[in-house]
Design a protein around this ligand. Structure first.
Ligand code: 5GP
Length: 215
């Protein structure tokens, strides 16, 4: 089976990082794409696990050398996916899950054919506000307003994705994204050994048919 890229996007507070990490923890066939960023680590974040934390100069150097599959500016910081990371995982026959915002997602869809894109929607405006406020109690009204305005813009892009999934609750949303990955894995054009399996099965059936004793 040919592995593919899974792009997950959602407005801030939409739960995409939780979904991506839950899936990677539960499945052997998936790898999380660790992005590069110029933003400072949050408490508990580990370099090389959550992000590759780079200085702006180091990021710019790698960007100018063409090392990013995609990159974008978000909230005043730079974020990007290193192509070498994605290709390494694909080389190990794993699907790669990219937790990225909408501008980056557009670039990935333009540059690669092997992409399944999924947009995670909040069930309602009120739930999004509650989840954003709950995650970061230090968010003041201004910061919250900025993220909500950005969510309005990001949602404009949701219809360009292959799938939309509503994040009602953790178990349901993880199961629905897993079901999409499973269905996509079964697409005939991704199965490199399909023709051989079909040929063998047809041959075996034909042999059994030949052995049938006529009435
Ligand atoms: P945060 O700073 O909250 O971890 O991430 C901010 C936003 O940047 C999120 O929407 C996240 O999905 C997005 N993001 C994280 N990594 C990348 C990346 O490599 N490329 C792009 N385009 N966006 C990213």
């Amino acid at each position: 089976m040919t592995p593919f890229l899974i792009v997950l996007s959602a407005p801030s507070g939409g739960g995409k990082t939780m979904i991506a990490k839950a899936l990677v923890a539960a499945r052997e066939d998936l790898e999380y794409s660790v992005s590069a960023t110029t933003r400072a680590p949050r408490q508990g974040e580990v370099d090389g696990v959550d992000y590759h934390f780079l200085s702006r100069a180091a990021f710019a150097k790698r960007r100018d050398a063409g090392e990013f599959l995609e990159w974008a500016e978000y909230g005043g910081d730079l974020y990007g996916t290193l192509e070498v990371d994605v290709d390494r995982a694909i080389g190990q026959h794993k699907h790669v899950i990219l937790d990225i915002e909408v501008q980056g997602a557009r670039q990935v869809r333009e540059r690669r054919k092997d992409v399944v894109s999924i947009f995670i929607l909040p069930p309602s405006a009120e739930t999004l506000v509650r989840r954003l406020g709950g995650r970061d109690i230090s968010l003041n009204e201004d910061a919250l307003r900025r993220r909500l305005r950005r969510a309005v813009d990001e949602l404009e892009e949701a219809a360009d994705y292959d799938y939309v999934v509503v994040n009602e609750d953790r178990t349901q949303v993880v199961a629905e994204v897993a079901a999409i990955i499973d269905s996509e894995s079964k697409r005939t054009y991704r199965d490199t050994t399909l023709q051989e399996s079909l040929d063998n099965l047809r041959r075996d059936i034909a042999q059994l048919a030949d052995k049938m004793v006529p009435n």
